[in-house]
Write a protein of this length. Structure first.
Length: 428
């Protein structure tokens, strides 16, 4: 993986301005924006997806306007959040009714008819029950004893944003990070994607932790147990009522019977999604504020820029995996050595991304309303929000000694994740 710039200079075919660029990246004109967005945006999947994207962008711009006018975006449960909570409870109530009715039918019997009906209702209740996440068994999971210095850093960040720390840290190969809960007791889990972690500066890593931990206390109902499990249950309901493909005979009748319940479930799912959308977007802005508080405004802005070019990291890792696959048996023999070097090559590649590529992607984001998904405000708006008002200093600093100790604690996970990328390929 080369990190050397491949400079190119030419005149813009539209306005004639001088363009200086890098052959590895899109050549474009900053003066007239010729070729700034040569790739066509991915088409949305139907009218519902288009509507969600448009609404998400409108919410993001409205929330940014509130900040620009001096608003502080307090973490609160507004009317939509309360309605979402009530609707989620109603979803769980349906599951409870199925369970109770199924038991009642089994007890009553009714000459065998009740036994059959009860068994069916109980099976439905079990299938549609709220599911609580578990820790994965196919990825490295770190406990406090495994990585005391990393947990100490997370503890410091948690105190700076005013929340409780995590109970486990999962390491995977995503260019991302997230928080969630697991188990009946609602223990906290932080997931760190090593490809993202490895391309961040120490302070940007602190900002990343501040952003993720900030989600625990900013009113994001989607991260809560009640609404989160209701969304999962509705998704399961929709799966069961999905039409049978290429139906024949009785299957055609089944599809017809499923139409009404399928539309009803889809409508409830969309309603719950819309009720939580604004809260989810506000939560992202609030989490960005916690990122700046923990790691500094400059670090939080740098994190936004890194997220903006995340696709470049994905492309680089896919190239690594493809090169290993082409080498065949030799690649398997050298997998260990290549895994040890993978993160250094990735960091070198990302460090070589020129400033004009960042600027191009910011302009593309402004055109498209770039975001991770509809629950996130467009990335360029999040960056603009961070730059509003005076810069905030870091509450938590990561010195070189601490970074060295954390790197040692992550060494085994780094090697395991890198081996998986080189050996098994990378989907991103």
């Amino acid at each position: 993986m080369t990190s050397a710039a491949e400079q190119i200079t030419q005149a813009c075919p539209e306005c004639g301005a001088r363009i200086e660029g890098d052959r590895r990246f899109t050549l474009w004109c900053a003066a007239c924006e010729w070729n700034v967005d040569p790739a066509k945006p991915e088409p949305e999947r139907g009218r519902v997806d288009r509507a969600r994207r448009a609404l998400a962008r409108a919410y993001g711009e409205k929330l940014l306007g509130e900040v620009a006018q001096g608003g502080v975006l307090p973490a609160r449960r507004d009317t939509s959040a309360v309605l979402a909570y009530a609707l989620a409870l109603a979803v769980h109530a349906v599951t409870a009714v199925l369970l109770v009715t199924g038991v009642w039918c089994l007890v009553r019997g009714w000459g065998g008819v009740g036994m059959v009906a009860g068994a069916i209702l109980l099976a439905m209740a079990v299938a549609l029950r709220p599911r609580f996440a578990r820790l994965p068994d196919d990825r490295p999971v770190l406990r406090r004893a495994d990585a005391p210095e990393l947990f100490a850093l997370v503890d410091d960040v948690a105190r700076s944003v005013g929340t409780r720390t995590v109970d486990a840290i999962v390491v995977d190969d995503e260019v991302n990070a997230s928080v969630s809960t697991y188990g009946l007791r609602g223990r906290r889990r932080l997931t760190i994607g090593l490809p993202l972690w490895e391309i961040l500066t120490p302070q940007e890593r602190v900002a990343l932790l501040g952003h993720e931990l900030g989600h625990y206390g900013n009113g994001d109902t989607r991260h809560g147990v009640v609404v989160g499990t209701a969304l999962q249950s509705l998704g399961q309901w929709r799966y069961y009522f999905a039409p049978i493909p290429n139906p024949s005979g009785v299957q055609i009748l089944v599809n017809l019977v499923y139409v009404v319940p399928r539309l009803f479930v889809h409508g409830v799912l969309m309603l719950l999604d819309q009720l939580t959308l604004r809260t989810a977007q506000r939560a992202e802005y609030l989490a960005d504020r916690e990122a700046a508080r923990a790691g500094s405004t400059d670090a939080a802005v740098g994190l936004m820029d890194r997220l903006l070019i995340a696709d470049s990291a994905v492309t680089a890792l896919r190239r690594e995996a493809n090169q290993a696959a082409l080498r065949g048996h030799r690649a398997a023999q050298r997998a260990e050595a290549r895994a040890e070097e993978l993160w250094d090559r990735l960091a070198a590649h990302m460090a070589s991304v020129p400033g004009h590529e960042y600027e191009r992607l910011r302009r593309v984001g402004a055109r498209r309303g770039h975001s991770v998904d509809s629950t996130h405000p467009p990335t360029h708006l999040r960056r603009a929000c961070l730059l509003r008002g005076p810069a905030v200093p870091a509450a938590v600093t990561a010195d070189a000694d601490r970074e060295g100790r954390i790197a040692g604690e992550l060494a085994a996970a780094r090697a395991e994740v890198a081996r998986g990328i080189v050996r098994d390929g990378y989907q991103g």
